[in-house]
Design a protein around this ligand. Structure first.
Ligand code: AP5
Length: 214
C-alpha cells in the first residue's frame, strides 16, 4: 500500500511512520528528514534551505518534488511507501499523482491525523530524537527507559531540532493552515481521505491506522 500521512507539525506523522516501517516493511519517505540530511551533509541544496527550515517556512516545491522523484526512482518497496510531510501544497499533490503514475503505483489512502493546536505545541516543545537511529522521544510524553539512552539502539546522542521553538512553530502552523490544509479537500474529493483522531496514545493512533490499512 502507498499512503500519505497528512497532519500539522507534531501530529505524530514520523512516530506512526516508524511503526508502519517496522510492522509492515513499508518505506518512509520524509521530505523533512531528506532536507535535514542535506543540511547536515552541507550540500549546496542543504545550505540553501537551512534558513528557510529554521524559520519554519516551506521549502520550494521544485526542491521537494525533485527529492521525492529521485527517491521513487531509486527505491524499491514491497510493503509500499509512506509519504510523511509530502505533499504539503496543491502543486506537490499534483506532482505526486504524476510521479506515481509514471512508476505504475497508486495511492491507497491519505490518513489525516487530527490534533488540536495546544497538544501540538506541547508535543513539539518537549521533543527530541536519537541522533543515531532517529527514534523520537519527549520530555513528558515518551521517555526512554534509561535516561539519555535510546531504547532502540543504545545511542546516547540525543538531538533537538532547530525549528522546534515557539516562533518557528507559529510559522510552521501558519504554513500548515495556509498551504497544506487545502489538501484535505483535494483528497476528500478524490475519495482517498481517511481522517483519524491523532490525540490518543501512540498505540491507539497506531491501531486506528491499522484498522484503515487492513
Ligand atoms: P518535517 O520534518 O516534515 O516537520 P513537521 O511536518 O513540522 O512535522 P514534525 O516532524 O515536526 O512532526 P510529526 O508529525 O512527525 O510528529 P512526531 O511524530 O515527531 O518538516 C520540517 C521542515 O522541512 C518544514 O517546516 C519545511 O521547512 C521543510 N519541509 C519538509 N517537507 C516539506 C515539503 N513537502 N514542502 C516544503 N517544505 C518542506 O511527534 C511529535 C512529538 O510528539 C514527539 O516527541 C512524539 O514522541 C510525540 N507524540 C507523537 N504521537 C503522540 C501521541 N499520540 N501522543 C503523545 N505524544 C505523541
Amino acid at each position: 500500500m502507498n499512503i500519505i500521512l497528512l497532519g500539522p507539525p507534531g501530529a505524530g506523522k514520523g512516530t506512526q511512520a516508524r511503526i508502519l516501517v517496522e510492522e509492515r516493511g513499508m518505506v518512509q519517505l520524509s521530505t523533512g528528514d531528506m532536507l535535514r540530511a542535506a543540511k547536515t551533509s552541507g550540500t549546496e541544496m542543504g545550505n540553501k534551505v537551512a534558513a528557510v527550515m529554521e524559520a519554519g517556512e516551506l521549502v520550494t516545491d521544485e526542491i521537494v518534488i525533485g527529492l521525492i522523484e529521485e527517491h521513487l526512482a531509486t527505491t524499491k518497496s514491497e510493503g509500499g511507501f509512506i509519504f510523511d510531510g509530502f505533499p504539503r501544497t496543491l502543486a506537490q499533490a499534483d506532482a505526486l499523482g504524476e510521479l506515481l503514475a509514471r512508476v505504475n503505483l497508486k495511492l491507497d489512502a491519505v490518513i489525516e491525523m487530527r490534533v488540536e493546536d495546544d497538544a501540538l505545541v506541547k508535543r513539539i516543545s518537549g521533543r527530541y530524537t536519537c541522533g543515531n537511529c532517529g527514534e523520537g522521544y519527549h520530555d513528558d510524553l515518551k521517555q526512554p527507559k534509561a535516561e539519555g539512552v535510546c531504547d532502540v539502539c543504545g545511542g546516547t546522542d540525543m538531538v533537538r531540532r532547530a525549528d522546534d521553538n515557539e516562533d518557528a512553530l507559529k510559522t510552521r502552523l501558519m504554513a500548515y493552515y495556509r498551504d497544506t490544509s487545502p489538501l484535505i479537500g483535494y483528497y476528500y474529493a478524490k475519495g482517498d481521505l481517511e481522517p483519524i483522531n491523532g490525540l490518543g496514545e501512540i498505540d491507539e493512533v497506531a491501531q486506528a491506522i491499522r484498522a484503515i490499512l487492513d
